[in-house]
Design a protein around this ligand. Sequence first.
Ligand SMILES: Nc1ncnc2c1ncn2[C@@H]1O[C@H](COP(=O)(O)OP(=O)(O)OP(=O)(O)O)[C@@H](O)[C@H]1O
Ligand SMILES: [Mg+2]
Length: 251
Amino acid sequence: MAAIAVAGKGGTGKTTIAALAVRYLLQAGQTPVLAVDADPNSNLGQTLGIKVGLTVGSLREQGFAGQRDIPGGMTKDQFVEYKMSEALAEGEGFDLLTMGRPEGAGCYCFVNNLIRRFMDGLAGGYRHVVMDNEAGLEHLSRRTTRKTDVLLVIADAGVRGIQAARRVLDLAVEMKIDVGESMFVLNRATDESLAALSPEIERLKLPLVAVIPEDAGLFKAEVAGTSLMELSDEAPVVAAAAPLFDKIFSQ
Ligand SMILES: Nc1ncnc2c1ncn2[C@@H]1O[C@H](COP(=O)(O)OP(=O)(O)OP(=O)(O)O)[C@@H](O)[C@H]1O
Ligand SMILES: [Mg+2]
């Protein structure tokens, strides 16, 4: 069982890599998988080809905010489980929990504690958990009982991208996120960019575990509105990511 979290600067390929991880696990028969979209700008559902109904954020906004909302005869835990199941989209071999908008200005401590407890319990029912994060790592820092086995930090092939990866790693330490191992992935790279960036990568002091090439097929899939689940095994991104996932999920 592994819980992996994908992080990195905006637009570097977090959602793509998270979706490819889910795709890999489904193909390997390592199911069931819980995919968590922790980015307020949610689009993991789209890349996984699954329709998202409610989000945890929308439930929170719907007045699911305090003790008084719980119907008589229901325990707090039963109520939260019932409500949260509405935000859990069921796919073939995986479920997707979409966090949606973060809370507004009100006090949400009560509901946040329940959500956290629910998520920690929920994760236990799955073989693997794959979490697509926003750059701030906020949801990740909220998880309490479960450790993140692998933090995959994605950078695009540029000096700024790699520096941003460093900041994500520092942030994870600062926020005391319990991470087993951090891994660094360079996305949209060419041989030339890799060579040019190697001094910068060296300074990151984190082994580069995968280099994912630019793949024109992703743009085509986006234009056609197809999910990443429909990419062929030979697609450059799928083939390049496979050894990375072999490494993570065979541990
Ligand atoms: N290796 C690649 N080759 C070609 N296009 C790619 C590659 N990786 C990602 N993309 C494209 O780049 C865009 C951003 O990717 P993605 O949505 O995965 O990034 P993200 O880090 O999740 O972004 P955000 O911060 O907005 O959530 C998408 O259009 C995606 O299809
Ligand atoms: Mg994303």
